[in-house]
Design a protein around this ligand. Sequence first.
Ligand code: OXD
Ligand code: MN
Length: 590
Amino acid sequence: MSNITGTVPSNTFVQKWVKDVTAMCQPDEVVWCDGSEAERERLTRVAVQCGDLITLNQEKLPGCYLHRSALNDVARTENLTFVCTEQKEDAGPNNNWMAPAESYDRLSKIFSGSMRGRTLYVIPFLMGPLGSPFSKVGIQVTDSVYVVLNMRIMTRMGKTALDHLGGSDDFTRCLHSKADLDMDRRFICHYPQDNTIWSVGSGYGGNALLAKKCLALRIASKLGQKEGWLAEHMLIVGVESPDGEINYVCGAFPSACGKTNLAMLVPPASMKGWKIHTIGDDISWLHVGPDGRLWAINPEAGFFGVAPGTGSKTNSNAMAMVNRDTIFTNVALRSDGTVWWEGHDDPVPAGAQDWRGKPWDAKSGHPAAHPNSRFTVSVKQCPTYSPEWEKPEGVPISAILFGARRQKLVPLVYQSFNWQHGTFLGATLASETTAAATGAVGVVRRDPMAMLPFCGYNMGDYWGHWLSLAKRATNPPKIFRVNWFQRNEQGKFLWPGFGENLRVLRWVIERSKGGGQAEETAIGYVPKPSSLNGGELNISKADLNRLVAVDREGWKNNLKGQGEYFDKFGDHLPAGIREEHQALADRLKA
Ligand code: OXD
Ligand code: MN
């Protein structure tokens, strides 16, 4: 029998499930978490004692800690991530698949006794605003105190969640154990039909903070299909114009493509009177409102942002929010007990330790911080935090952006002709890969809606679900494709990006309201260059023209690959997507 501390909730479904997984994992102790400040302090001490956290300089970085992960456990492992449905077809060609019985059997053997000598923490958490009909409850069990402390930042954790749940059994059962952190015994498995997630053998964020990718995207996307809403890999940002009107925009971009920067961008000095309101940087749950618009909530309560590349020039708001109460993972440690990463404001440090804890200097020949090193911080610490984040009904969305990292071909911005064409723009998204997942970096891969690693069911059915929303969403957001990452022959970025991306958002919002100057092309509406630059930008006319140019031959060459990709979905490919593919081919021929 394990020793139990904390208050056991009255919900008998929760009690029974925790009893069952406790019997399997056999921890020495079970702790029911309440999400209180006292608990945070106590667990932080435990984490420091066991070496999960290193205390940083508390004068310079109050409440900040550093975590160093195992060397083999620094990013999401998509090859070890499975959707376990009875029929393989329901998981689709976009997911790794295992039959539920086989998967439960294999993982039970790894979980069995995995927590001997350890503490099992039970974390009740709420995804979404208090009192929102769109919010969902999860209960995570974990043997990682680092996970508990991160979940406390990333979700509304503790009593709040149990109050929302009441006596219901409508909660996602999230079982996690680091086990022995062996890659050969690492699995992240999703069981949509059981509203259950089992993750074993990893302590990395996307694999272990089960609220995030596992629940809020993979499980939620399937729930959304059943219940008529969308769970998306999208930031949510409010853009206030000088006349005080706020328009909300969602943006889907693959991991480590600048969602966090865009969600809290700093308007350039030349755009006086413009303001940004941050609601979320990673995940958006979209519901059709009674007015036929799409309304978005951010189910999360924190940012799990990529540190490298974050500095005052790229994201001064992020720099301001991570100087207190932040957990850093795999960044470099300076001799004064503060942190550093490539792209940090401060110069390259002397006498630092790299992310592995080894002595490091500029001549070491490898980055000091891991390229996928992270900060975990509450949304409320963001200087542009918007209290609308807490609104149960969410915020109404005027525009959706689909963005990716492409050196060539894809213009800075263009608008779809309508919802079906916009869905096609999402379905054909492709991006150069980043360090957020293990595997090669910089290779172009198809990543529809930036959801390839996160869609918890057959992506053909998912596109069908997108298309079907048009029946109820009578006033849907306008859909745009964006690409900040075009480069010239010398490899230099053509567009300055960051704060200047507000110029693109301004055009997007004008177009969403039926204004803005555009030219109709074979791929969609492209802005007139003058509508992006009134002369304030230090960019040549030739570069600006090139940024919005449509390379017809390049797009024609792309058609075949798109078609071959769609073929993989067989009967699950909706007719509307095929139609758009053909229509694009016809327009390019004309
Ligand atoms: C993330 C990711 O951590 O997309 O948000 O990998
Ligand atoms: Mn993400």
